[in-house]
Write a protein that binds this ligand. Structure first.
Ligand code: HEM
Length: 242
């Protein structure tokens, strides 16, 4: 018997724009981040080049952080598919996760207009990591090269009495109070580590995310990839969240 398919509106245009801008920014941030990490082996040794790479990473970081900020605002005031309720685990989540896993094992995988329960866990973890990366990155942008939004306050804190904070330069101790620099390092180093390990964890989650989306597309007929472009999902079963 011929199977009947029905088309459902899923992701709003705002969610789709966020998603693809986010993908581009993250690719750029990972690329420049990896160059920064491996600069010695790539033969990049000069201070100007080191600062230039950081500036480039931070400029992409501003686009990334602004896009993320707008997305989080949309989770409060945006369309239904952008709200927190569309991706955070909701009441009865354990039960729906169990039912979803059972349906996969039975070969009758449930379909969803929005995220399936495992997708909700993945998106919650991804958003948490992105927020940690944005916050730690913005802090390090301030401590390392005195860039906004925290750079002005950090330069004012570090400047010796009588020194104009706007005259102190990255990686140059002229006019810098060394005791205060040491105090700042107590925060700067662990926050740098959090940033780095969150980036590694994000890379791992991205690989899992892509593998899961491809698997859903191939095995379950959920057109997840094209739905993030068209905003429509075409399904053969009645979705659980219809
Ligand atoms: C998905 C988001 C991001 C990823 C995957 C990422 C990745 C990385 C990586 C791999 C490094 C190299 C770590 C190191 O040199 O120790 C790094 C460093 C850095 N990132 Fe990001 N980053 C992200 C977002 C941001 C944002 C939003 C900003 C600020 C606007 C930022 C600012 C910095 C700074 C200042 C450093 C240098 C820290 C250091 O030298 O230890 N990052 N990032």
């Amino acid at each position: 018997m011929a199977q009947s398919y029905k088309s459902y509106h899923t992701w709003s245009a705002s969610v789709r724009w966020f998603h693809w801008i986010n993908v581009l920014c993250i690719l750029g941030l990972i690329f420049v981040g990896l160059v920064m990490l491996n600069k010695k082996s790539l033969g990049i040794t000069g201070l100007d080049a080191k600062i230039g790479l950081k500036e480039l990473h931070i400029i992409i970081g501003y686009i990334f952080a602004s896009n993320l900020f707008i997305r989080l605002m949309m989770a409060f005031i945006g369309p239904a598919s952008a709200r927190f309720s569309a991706f955070l685990p909701q009441k009865g989540f354990k039960e729906s996760l169990k039912n979803y896993k059972t349906s996969i094992k039975a070969g009758t995988t449930q379909q969803f207009i929005g995220h399936n329960p495992i997708g909700r866990l993945a998106v919650t973890a991804l958003f948490s990591l992105l927020i940690i990366l944005a916050a730690s990155g913005l802090f390090r942008a301030g401590t390392d090269i005195y860039f906004p939004p925290f750079g002005g306050a950090i330069a004012s804190y570090l400047a010796e009495q009588g020194t104009d904070p706007s005259t102190i330069l990255p990686y140059n101790d002229t006019g810098v109070n060394t005791d205060k620099k040491a105090t700042l390092k107590v925060y700067k180093s662990p926050i740098g580590k959090i940033h780095l390990y969150s980036a590694y964890l994000l890379m791992l989650l991205i690989i899992i995310h892509i593998a899961a989306v491809v698997r859903a597309e191939v095995k379950e007929g959920d057109n997840l990839v094209s739905s993030m472009i068209s905003g429509k999902k075409i399904m053969s079963k009645t979705p659980e969240d219809a």
